[in-house]
Design a binder for this molecule. Sequence first.
Ligand code: FUL
Length: 498
Amino acid sequence: MKTFLTILGCAVAALGATEAAAPTPSVPPPRPFGPVPTERQLRWHEMEFYGFLHFTVNTFTDKEWGYGDESEAVFNPTDFDADAIVTVAKSAGMKGLILTAKHHDGFCLWPSQYTEHSVKNSPWRGGHGDVVKELATACHRQGLKFGVYLSPWDRNHAQYGRPEYVTYYRNQLRELLTHYGDIFMVWFDGANGGDGFYGGTREKRTIDNRTYYDWPDTWKIVRELMPQAVMFSDAGPDVRWVGNERGIAGDPCWATLNIAGRRPGGSSEGLNSGERPGTDWIPAECDVSIRPGWFYHAREDRKVKTPAQLLDIYYASVGRGADLNLNIPPDRRGRIPDPDAQSLREFRKVLDATFARNLAATPRTIVHASNVRGHAQTFAAAKVLDERRDTYWATDDGVTTAELTLELPAPVTFNVVNLREFLPLGQRVDAFALDRWQDGNWIEFATGTSIGNRRLLRVAPVTTDKVRLRITHAAACPALSEFGLYAEPAAARSPQPK
Ligand code: FUL
C-alpha cells in the first residue's frame, strides 16, 4: 500500500493539467459495455489456472475410452493419496482440481446409490472407498477448489439413449452436488461416440444431442444446488470450450460469444476466438493434458510435456484471457507420477521467478495518461500499478484512443508485458500497441487485440526507461486494471518470441 501511495503521489504531482490532484469522488464510473461477467464468472476468472484429474478403470486397462464392460475389480490403486495429489497441484500453482467422477465408461468413483458399477464393488479400500470424497476433502483442507466432471455419455448403462438414463444422470448430478461440499465447476463433456456395452447389448446407440439431455433443465439442478458453481460445456452457459485440446486460445480470444443456437456437443466454430460483439459473456477454458493421453499410460512416461512446453501453453491460454485446465492423470498407485510432478515444479519455478517483481512498479515510477476520467484520482493512471484488480485507470466517455506512459527511474530489461481490463465493465479494448523509448524516439515493439482478464505478451528482451501503451481502438472508454513489465529467467525465454 505504501508503494502504491508513493507512486500515485508522484504520478499526480507529475501530471499537471491532465490530472488534477484534488480527489473528485463524485465522478461516476464508466457504464458497462456489452455483456459483463456474473459474480461466479468473476471468481472463476480470478483462478486462472487449475487442474484436471482423469482417473478411472482406464488407468488400469490402459485405455482412453472404456467400453463400459470393465469389471469393478480392475479399479484398485495401490497407494492412493488424495493429499499427495493435491499437494502436487497446489505447489504447481493450481487453484482447484476437477475430477472425472464418471467418464464415458460409466464407472463411478463414488458409491452412487443409483448403480452397482462403482467403487463400492471394487477391492480398493475393501469396497468402502470414495475417491470423490477423499479428493474433495483434501482440496478443501489445502485451500483448493474442487470440481466434478460427470460424463453425459455412459457406455455402461442399460438405459442409455432412453429417458430413464437422463433421470439417472440427473440423480447422480444431485448426489455429487449435495454430498461433497463446495463445487466450483461442473464440467459437461460434449463427446458422444455411439457404441458401447449398454447393459450387455453391445450395440451402437445414437442420441439427438440437441434434445436428449434437455440441457436447460439439467443446468437448473446445478443452479439450484450449487448456485456459485460455473458450468463448462461447448456452449457454456458459464464457460466455453476453447475448441481444441492443445491448450491454445485464439488470438484474439474474446470472452464474448453469440450463444443462440449453440449447445453442448455442437459446432466448435467460433469457440477458439470468441465472437465480438457477442451477446453473452462466456469466456474460454483451455483444457489440455500434460501427457499425450488424458489417462495414465506407462508408455507415455517419457512423453510428459516439458516445463518449456507448459510455459508456452500458459502464455497461450492464461496469457490470452482464458483459464488453463491442465490434466495431470494419477497413475496406478493413485499418485501423480514423478516425471509429471518434476515438470510441474520446474514450470512453477520459472513462473514464480518471472512474476516475482513488476519492474514498472518502483516507488519512483511516474505514470502519465493522455486522459483521466473526470480528472479523478479514483481513475488515475497509477491505478494500473497497484496490483489490484478492483481498481483501474479509465478515460472520459467517448475517449476510445488513449496513451499511458511509464517513466522509470532507471532502465530495466523485460520480456513479458502484462495487461488486465477491469472485467465488471465488460471487454472494452479492441486493439493496442506498445512502444519503447530508444535514442529519443518511440519504437513500437508489440501490438495486440483482446485483453480481457489477462494479456501476457512475451517479447524479445527490451531495455528502456520509458514504455508507452497506446489504446488504438476501443468500443467504449478503456478501463485498465493492470500494466506490468516482467523478466523471465534468461534460460526460460522462448527462442522465438512472438
Ligand atoms: C473429451 C473426452 O472424450 C476425453 O476422454 C477427455 O475426457 C476430454 C477432456 O474430453 O471430450
